[in-house]
Design a protein around this ligand. Structure first.
Ligand code: CAA
Length: 378
């Protein structure tokens, strides 16, 4: 057993940290305020190879692994959780199912430009009436000659409106929820539209939208995997996606802790830095301990996936632990900053708002417990 990162992983961390601090952090507060996605940042991530970390070079990737990908999401989220989730949804939710279930032609047509970062990916599972109960979807796909005709809508789509390629799920038999099928949708397909953009508490520079299918024409060759295999594809995709969210949560928490330590050392009250009070220093100790535990779970799940071992339970555990840690740590960071922490002059209120979503998306904390307990008892 070796808890040290390899030289390659350390190099990736250093590269992403430099990029995050120099190119992402300076505009994070402003993009949050303006709810603005910055395409230039995505393009720079593509130049650095970050958009295709775990995929082989033959599919446009850099041939690294899921641990390197998690480190990248963590480091981006340490300064800007929106940028972290843009990469996470792109990699885990769009590229992963293409890599795992795509035909060679689908990989060359769709995975390659996504991994190279000339295109952005998204994933559409949730519907207005089906969130935690993902199997309760209503969107349909009717076979008509060489096409499927999709009708319905999906909500809460990360990268909605900025994505070029969407992996979506619909019922090929409207009366049978076992007929869920996965489809690859291009944004220019006839009958596809981007709907309402959500106004959100956090991750405000990551666009979240509705997507709508009105007799949307999807060629049969854009079925991903087998017809009727869609629910399993959706679930397997989330198994890995959840660990990307855990990495995002670890990054948010670390960013908040770093800010809190710096502030506690500098802020003087009653004639001494506030860090000299045990009430503050013990908070910092607890925050750091929870973050380290979350990071270890997250890296373990990423390592398991890279090694080809089962990782679904561990990934649900890492998101459960890291999401709760991010929430707890960011609340404490605001507390350490006191009144200043409640203002937009410091980043900790943004971290606190951003942390909340890690307890909700890619399966609420309650769903993680369901997934973990089912795996423990099956
Ligand atoms: N891998 C492979 N197969 C799986 C699986 C997995 N992880 N999970 C379930 N399945 C299979 C089951 O084995 C079962 O197959 P059989 O019928 O052949 O036995 C089938 O799928 C149905 O499984 P369940 O009976 O367990 O299904 P369920 O209806 O009880 O639901 C659930 C299970 C875990 C609650 C699921 O609905 C779920 O994960 N809900 C949460 C949805 C979610 O995470 N949404 C997030 C949306 S995406 C998002 O947030 C993205 C973003 O933008 C960032």
């Amino acid at each position: 057993m070796n808890f040290r990162l390899s030289e390659e992983h350390e190099m990736i961390r250093k590269m992403v940290r430099d990029f995050a601090e120099n190119e992402v952090a300076p505009t994070a507060a402003e993009r949050d305020e303006e709810e603005r996605f910055d395409m230039e940042i995505f393009k720079k991530m593509a130049e650095l190879g970050l958009t295709g970390i775990p995929w082989p070079e033959e599919y446009g990737g850099i041939g690294s692994d899921y641990l390197a990908y998690c480190i990248a999401v963590e480091e981006l989220s340490r300064v800007c959780a929106s940028t972290g989730v843009t990469l996470s949804a792109h990699t885990s939710l769009a590229c992963w199912p293409l890599f795992k279930f795509g035909t060679e032609e689908q990989k060359q047509t769709y995975l390659r430009p996504l991994a190279e970062g000339s295109k952005i990916g998204a994933y559409g599972l949730t519907e207005p009436g089906s969130g935690s109960d993902a199997g309760g979807m209503k969107s349909t796909a009717r076979l008509d000659g060489d096409n499927y005709i999709l009708n319905g809508s999906k909500i809460f789509i990360t990268n909605g409106g900025i994505a070029d390629i969407y992996i979506v799920f619909a019922l090929t038999n409207p009366n049978d929820n076992r007929s869920t099928t996965a489809f690859i949708i291009e944004k220019d397909f006839e009958g596809f539209a981007v709907g309402k953009k959500e106004k959100k508490l956090g991750i405000r520079s990551s666009p979240t939208t509705e997507i709508i299918f009105e007799d949307c024409k999807v060629p049969v060759k854009n079925v991903l995997g087998e017809v009727g295999q869609g629910f399993k594809i959706a679930m397997m995709t989330l198994d890995g996606g959840r660990n990307g969210i855990a990495a995002q949560a670890v990054g948010i928490a670390q960013g908040a802790l770093d800010a809190a330590i710096a502030y506690a050392k500098e802020r003087k009250q009653f004639g001494k830095p506030i860090v000299e009070n045990q009430g503050i220093s013990f908070k910092l100790a607890d925050m750091a301990t929870s973050i380290e535990a979350s990071r270890l779970l997250t890296y373990q799940a990423a390592w398991l996936e890279s090694a080809g071992l089962p990782y679904g339970k561990e990934s649900a555990m890492s998101k459960l632990m890291a999401g709760d840690t991010a929430m707890k740590v960011t609340i404490e960071a605001v507390q350490i900053f006191g009144g200043y922490g409640y203002t937009k002059d410091y980043p900790v209120e943004r971290y606190m708002r951003d942390a909340k979503i890690t307890q909700i998306y890619e399966g609420t904390q309650e769903i993680q417990r369901l997934v973990i307990s089912r795996m423990l008892t099956k």
